[in-house]
Design a binder for this molecule. Sequence first.
Ligand code: 5RP
Length: 210
Amino acid sequence: MKLQLALDLVDIAGAKAIVAEVAEFIDIVEIGTPVVINEGLHAVKAIKDAFPALTVLADLKIMDAGGYEVMKAVEAGAGIVTVLGVSDDSTIRGAVEEAKKTGAEILVDLINVKDLKARAAEVDALGVDYICVHSGYDHQAEGKNSFEDLRAIKSVVTKAKTAIAGGIKLSTLPEVIAANPDLVIVGGGITGEADQKAAAAEMKRLVSQA
Ligand SMILES: O=C(CO)[C@H](O)[C@H](O)COP(=O)(O)O
């Protein structure tokens, strides 16, 4: 089981500072959608240049032009790029085809998908690398999480790795780990802590035991 740090509410300098603190405890660093909106793909390049050993995930939440947008993110240094599960199959196919040219990976984010099991099975058949259940900030504000959703998609996904994101904290991590995802994505559960290094270290310890 791997641990991904999601960086959403920082600029490039802030992202570098946090990653420098916790790099030894994370497998993947996510340049979150708000960071890409603010800074562009320069943020992906800056983090990959500064931390070449880390896989950088570009959370572009692609909805159209999958091949082209994946190409640009990979050029910037992304090893994983996100595409929305609600996008058309042709968009996901284009993203997968482009990623395969360079060995990059595609994570499909099922945020706002209504029939999770059906879409997860369809997306799995398209050859994506990760399928992620996700309660975004707006859903978290309504008190939702994706723990049950993870169990649901794990019953139908046979090829892709599974991932979970959205409001995961140290206190809820054991419940997440019990559902056995391949990848746990944590943003505020690390970045919002006074001691980010200690939070990341403890999360890594728990995830590594699974
Ligand atoms: O993609 C995102 C929001 O759309 C976040 O990166 C993801 O939800 C993880 O962050 P947090 O743990 O703070 O919820």
